[in-house]
Design a binder for this molecule. Structure first.
Ligand SMILES: Cc1cc2nc3c(=O)[nH]c(=O)nc-3n(C[C@H](O)[C@H](O)[C@H](O)COP(=O)(O)OP(=O)(O)OC[C@H]3O[C@@H](n4cnc5c(N)ncnc54)[C@H](O)[C@@H]3O)c2cc1C
Length: 464
């Protein structure tokens, strides 16, 4: 295995976004327009919100304003694990809202089924494969945690299958596995950019006016409506929905709750039939390992391996810049970890490597709210598990804007907020200390130090 050779010809761009199916960007907004609902951000959150709004009321005049290109940020460059979980995993949900979990699990399942039905209805081909996910243990302490989770899952009506080392390696052949937990249908694999582009097209077909390369600089009250200022024009809207992910939101109060964190991914060249046979992987599940610092990996439609995660990098001051999407030391580390997991693939080369920004919050799953007297709603903080949950977030925002209580808006998960991050320079120090402690716990059979135990006691943490 030669990491430098494996990365020598790697394109430092997102594999998914390099697809010829990429649409031509729409024109930027110029001049003054008015509308019923202005959606800010063209990731999944914004696209689902615009589409769901038109589905609720086709006569609504909906405008979508995207700073760059729709799906160009996290939504078009992620791992493509589309999970039913609304809580960044079952364990996190059970720790925070144990009594609500049966409802959250049902709503999450309905949400994933709803995504599948939407893809069929609009003819969106995003390589959707409902393969499930295999969480693998590479250390004995992780196996014990997976076994405990299987029991807790059963108590809320979820069937997760615990596999021993032989059974898990029969699924995916890595000598590092000690066991695993298989969720057979709660997760689907998607081509993330094709999902975003398909939703964008569905929005256009439904009559949403989409403006790209149109950053919203400010949102201000304007005589009972809201005025959104952009570089070459303004939109005046009765209501606004914000889906700006890990970017600095035009609503300043959100910035206390979100830390933009970079997550990185490699993609290999397509595996040959013999290479694929050496791993097995006939059920094509998504795979995640179970440390605090974890990898996630999956097959693409043409049998490349997407391999990402582990490092979650926060930059001082919450910096979000294009050059931070390339991190050679993380790419090299990910490649080393790949070859440790799959030593039977020493000659594999990586075709693409990239990073993207995640909207991390201290409770790891999205939070919701309103501002400007209920005329603006927001959903943010998906912390690395938003491919599926953003559709639910879109519905929550539309419920909040409608002013009518629903099953969703009554949820404690929806009504509560995460603990805010402290301001800089404390924020940077706290994140680094937490990352160091998590890495240390991984080296010490999962044992959590005093700092992590204190954070656990306050229900806060750092994850990706
Ligand atoms: C490398 C990586 C891997 C991931 N893997 C997975 C995975 O496998 N499964 C999973 O569930 N989740 C994963 N995620 C997370 C997932 O991609 C996100 O949770 C999800 O895409 C969030 O969607 P969003 O629309 O809220 O944010 P984004 O996709 O970030 O979209 C926000 C959009 O708002 C725009 N914007 C920002 N500010 C403004 C403004 N002022 N005016 C106009 N537009 C603005 C941005 O340009 C951007 O297009 C991953 C993320 C990354 C980065």
């Amino acid at each position: 295995m030669d990491v430098l050779r494996a990365l020598a010809e790697t394109e430092p761009t997102p594999y998914w976004l390099a697809d010829p199916a990429a649409p031509e960007p729409a024109a930027a907004l110029t001049g003054l327009i008015s509308c019923d609902l202005a959606v800010v951000g063209g990731g999944y959150t914004g696209l689902w919100t615009a589409l769901r709004a038109k589905e609720r009321d086709p006569s609504l005049d909906v405008v979508l304003l995207e700073a760059d290109i729709a799906g160009g940020a996290a939504s078009g460059r992620n791992g493509g694990f589309c999970s039913a979980s609304l809580t960044h995993g079952l364990g996190n949900g059970l720790a925070r809202w144990p009594g609500e979990m049966p409802t959250l699990e049902r709503l999450g399942r309905e949400n994933l089924d709803g995504i599948e039905a939407t893809l069929r209805r609009y003819g969106i081909d995003c390589e959707f494969e409902r393969t499930g996910e295999l969480d693998v243990a590479t250390e004995d302490w992780q196996l014990a945690e997976l076994a405990a989770l299987a029991k807790e899952a059963a108590a809320v009506g979820r069937k997760l299958e615990l596999l021993d080392d032989g059974a898990v390696r029969a699924e995916v052949g890595s000598p590092t596995y000690r066991g695993g937990l298989w969720d057979r249908d709660g997760v689907a694999m998607v081509h993330p950019a094709k999902l975003a582009w398909g939703l964008r097209q569905a929005c256009l077909t439904a009559g949403v006016r989409v403006f790209e390369r149109t950053p919203v600089r400010s949102v201000e009250d304007d005589d009972g409506r809201l005025r959104l200022r952009t570089p070459y024009g303004s939109a005046v809207a009765a209501q606004v929905a914000l889906g700006t992910g890990g970017f600095p939101a035009p609503l300043r109060r959100l910035r206390h709750f979100i830390a933009p964190v970079y997550d990185y991914v490699l993609v290999t060249e397509p595996l040959s039939a013999a290479q694929l046979a050496s791993i097995g992987w006939r059920n094509r599940q998504g795979v995640g390992d179970s440390g605090n610092q974890f990898h996630y990996y999956r097959l693409t439609a043409d049998n490349r391996v997407l391999w990402g995660g582990y490092d979650a990098i926060y930059h001082y001051g919450g910096a979000v810049r294009a050059e931070l999407e390339r991190r050679p030391e993380t790419f090299a580390m990910l490649a080393r970890h790949f070859f440790t997991t799959f030593p039977q693939l020493p000659d594999v080369r990586f075709s693409h490597a990239w990073g993207g920004v995640i909207d991390t919050c201290s409770r790891f799953c999205a939070f919701y709210g309103t501002a400007h007297g209920g005329r603006l709603a927001y959903a943010a903080g998906y912390t690395g598990l938003g491919v599926g949950a953003t559709r639910f977030g879109a519905d929550v925002m539309l419920d909040l804007l409608s002013g009518t209580e629903t099953e969703r808006t009554r949820l404690a998960m929806v009504r509560s907020r995460p603990v805010p991050f402290p301001p800089e320079p404390l924020r940077y120090g706290v994140v680094q200390l937490t990352r160091w402690s998590l890495a240390r716990a991984d080296r010490r059979q999962g044992r959590r130090n005093l700092w992590l135990r204190a954070l656990d006691a306050f229900g806060v943490g750092f994850d990706s």
